[in-house]
Ligand binder design. Structure first.
Ligand SMILES: [Zn+2]
Length: 203
């Protein structure tokens, strides 16, 4: 259970409380296994409640950090054109079904004197993805973080993702990709800027 303690990353009092909740959760997973019709004590399932708990904590590590903080490392640069990070792959968990969402995020901005590290943008995306999410909120949170911390002339975000909860509902939907967009500043006001961004996604 030390791994669980580490993943909780909380103060001692909160950790004690959450460890108690963790025990209850693992008992509940055992019951779920029974509800589904299997035996929680058979060999392959004995460790499953622990593994499920650990996986959930890994998938939601974004709650225990401030993703925006990654963007605070900034550099003064006189660059007035689009900077774009394409194909940032991420995993998330759909809040309606706890089913995996996986895909890529494309994040672009036109700076206003300040830029941030490209890897910091990827870390920020991960921080919001690793929560219980809907793709629409994830897209917006990324745009708002870029807008608030970097104060750029504009920011645009496009996410393309597959939702496992959709994939399970009939073979014909297994390749369905959901696309969401969010824009701020010049990208909201200027269709040419949006077009430039979208053409670079395909490039
Ligand atoms: Zn879902």
């Amino acid at each position: 259970m030390q791994k669980i303690r580490d993943l909780l990353n909380a103060d001692p009092e909160e950790t004690a409380h959450k460890m108690k909740q963790s025990e209850h959760f693992m008992d509940a997973v055992k019951e779920l296994i029974e509800v589904c019709g299997d035996e929680p004590d058979r060999q392959g399932l004995q460790e499953t409640p622990y593994r499920v708990l650990k996986k959930f904590l890994e998938y939601t590590v974004g709650y225990r950090q401030d993703p925006k903080a990654h963007l605070e490392k900034q550099f003064d640069v006189d660059h007035r054109d689009l900077i774009m990070v394409k194909d940032i792959d991420f995993n998330s968990l759909c809040e309606h079904h706890f089913a995996p969402i996986f895909g890529v995020a494309h994040v672009g901005y036109i700076p206003n004197g300040k830029i941030t590290g490209l890897s910091k943008i990827a870390r920020m995306v991960d921080g919001y993805a690793r929560r219980f999410q809907v793709q629409e909120r994830l897209t917006n949170q990324i745009a708002v973080a870029m807008d608030e911390v970097l104060k750029p002339q504009g920011v645009m975000v496009v996410i393309e993702a597959k939702h496992m909860c959709m994939c399970g509902r009939g073979v014909e939907k297994k390749d369905a990709v959901t696309v969401t967009t969010a824009s701020r500043g010049v990208f909201s006001e200027n269709p040419d800027k949006r077009r430039e961004f979208l053409s670079l996604i395909k490039a």
